[in-house]
Design a protein around this ligand. Structure first.
Ligand code: HEC
Length: 143
């Protein structure tokens, strides 16, 4: 059931299933996609659901790849998104992937938290008032 709901999400945000078609989206819309994957990923890592976590991680990374290809410049970015991706996102994404492969939820949680911190670091550096929350934590309060 949960997977079906997620598949509907996926359908909604990926247009006709073609990632290139999703390219008409602006950066903020792509960020909203990113957030859906990010937040759900935290929830599913927390509930130790390996299969769904893997699937959400790849969905999140493919959204990051779309952003990376498209936003080689943007009025709110000082550098191409690719520069930030390599500096802040690719490490934690790889670490989560590795941890899920090893079925190690402790490491996946640690890497997810670093990823979340880096989302926020980038927002802070660029003065974007948007706090990304850690969904592996029981204390989160979604705004
Ligand atoms: C390049 C640094 C950078 C990184 C890394 C980054 N963001 Fe963003 N984010 C931005 C910028 C810039 C905006 C503002 C976009 C705009 O207003 O056009 C933004 C806006 C957002 C928004 C608000 C969108 C809206 O319309 O309300 C969300 C949600 C968001 N980011 C989530 C995330 C998540 C989740 C991550 C980490 C997985 C992340 N961001 C990583 C730069 C970044």
């Amino acid at each position: 059931m949960r997977v079906i709901v997620l598949l509907i999400f996926w359908g909604l945000i990926s247009g006709c299933g073609n990632r290139e078609v999703a390219n008409h989206k602006d950066l903020d819309e792509n960020m909203l996609d990113l957030r859906i994957f990010h937040d759900n990923l935290g929830t599913y890592i927390r509930s130790q659901d390996l299969e769904t976590s893997r699937w959400l991680l790849e969905g999140m990374d493919s959204t990051l790849q779309v952003i990376r290809k498209k936003f080689t410049s943007h009025r709110k970015l000082d550098d191409p998104f690719d520069v930030y991706y390599r500096k802040m996102m690719s490490g934690p994404v790889k670490d989560i992937r590795k941890a899920l492969k090893e079925e190690n939820f402790e490491n996946a949680t640690r890497a997810y938290r670093l990823l979340t911190k880096n989302c926020n670091n980038c927002h802070r550096d660029l003065e974007i008032r948007k706090e990304v929350e850690d969904w592996t934590s029981g204390e989160r309060t979604h705004k």
